[in-house]
Design a protein around this ligand. Structure first.
Ligand SMILES: [Zn+2]
Length: 221
């Protein structure tokens, strides 16, 4: 039973891990790797002029249409980054439309903008799932987002004993979340071990559940 990791950038996971590697626009598929799954998006940290963003979004759209790309993103809204808010929301909505056109889920980066992301989902009524990656929200926020149809992905934060995200992980139904390493110095095995402990389930059961979630959401099986 493989472990699943839905969001990595540059690290090389252990053999046997099923993972989604995130690429930025123009970043090539790594050569000589046997991995099969990717996500492609324009991250809010790397927004440029309107003209440059339009060119980058063209690259995103081209690559996202390929079969090995199983999700659009990461894309999103970030109140701590310098890009103008209107530019962020404009590019975010373009990703939503692409996700709907290609019928591929959206991987969302969200920093201090959960209300806005919530509002966009209510307003745009997408058919595709939106997975908030690197999720750190508290229980109240989690209940609200869950009610609006969001999915969640947790990473290294779970290893922090004081993290409020631990309680959020505990309240979620088994079909509503994923685990990830992102670019942090942690193995997906460690994240799984901690998540299983927090949810009081056997590690094998969690592995099986998250593999099912992966197949359902990203592979549409
Ligand atoms: Zn990331």
């Amino acid at each position: 039973m493989p472990l699943t990791d839905i969001h990595i950038h540059h690290s090389q996971p252990e053999t046997g891990v099923v993972f989604i590697r995130n690429l930025f626009p123009g970043e090539p598929f790594p050569e000589g790797e046997t991995e099969r799954f990717f996500s492609v998006g324009l991250h809010p940290w790397f927004l440029k002029s309107a003209e440059e963003n339009a060119g980058l979004m063209k690259l995103v759209a081209e690559k996202a249409a390929l079969p090995q790309v199983v999700a659009v993103g990461e894309c999103g809204l970030d109140k701590l980054t310098k890009a103008a808010w209107e530019v962020q929301t404009d590019v975010f909505v373009q990703h939503v439309l692409l996700s709907e056109r290609l019928q591929k889920p959206l991987i969302v980066h969200c920093v201090r903008a959960h209300n806005e992301i919530f509002h966009f989902r209510r307003q745009l009524k997408p058919t595709q799932p939106w997975v908030i990656h690197g999720y750190t929200g508290n229980e109240n926020l989690t209940r609200q987002l869950l009610g609006a149809g969001f999915l969640f992905s947790f990473g290294y934060i779970l290893l922090n004993e004081k993290a409020r995200a631990a309680a959020s992980l505990q309240l979620l139904p088994p079909g509503k979340f994923f685990l990830e390493t992102d670019d942090f110095e942690v193995t997906i095995g460690e994240v799984f071990q901690k998540a299983a402990q927090l949810r009081q389930v056997a590690a094998a059961q969690l592995q099986e559940q998250l593999l099912q979630n992966f197949q359902k959401i990203f592979l549409k099986k």
